[in-house]
Design a protein around this ligand. Structure first.
Ligand code: HEC
Length: 102
């Protein structure tokens, strides 16, 4: 009797540990995301892309990096390793470019 309780709780503990590992590994296991997909999905949570559109052609890579870091500190779900590609993508866009501007 007591033996089976130990087995059940042991299994439950392993399951929790396993799920914790899966959650911790999940973001790294994914292939790098397309910067435009990141912008369109993560940068539209608090404001629409007009705010970004208005700044195209006004910021260089350095300034976009700072802007993105500011947004991340506010809660934007952008992984630190995606910031350089994102900053370059935004800095390289001409004003009025889709999909950020419509
Ligand atoms: C957690 C909410 C939130 C998310 C997510 C978010 N922003 Fe913002 N953003 C704000 C707020 C609030 C402001 C207005 C205050 C300000 O200007 O700092 C703002 C303003 C801006 C501005 C105009 C001001 C400036 O500094 O140029 C730009 C550009 C911008 N966001 C870009 C982005 C980008 C790019 C992303 C995705 C990486 C993003 N935002 C995601 C909250 C967010």
């Amino acid at each position: 009797m007591s033996k089976s309780i130990w087995m059940v709780s042991g299994a439950a503990v392993s399951l929790v540990l396993f799920m914790g590992l899966m959650l911790a590994e999940a973001p790294r296991a994914q292939p790098p995301e397309d910067p435009s997909a990141i912008v369109m999905s993560r940068c539209t949570k608090c404001h629409n892309t007009k705010r970004i559109c208005d700044n195209l052609d006004k910021k260089d890579v350095e300034e976009w990096t700072q802007t993105i870091e500011k947004m991340v500190s506010r809660g934007a779900a952008v992984a630190p390793e995606d910031i350089p590609a994102l900053a370059e993508y935004l800095a390289g866009m001409e004003s009025g470019s889709k999909p950020v501007c419509r």
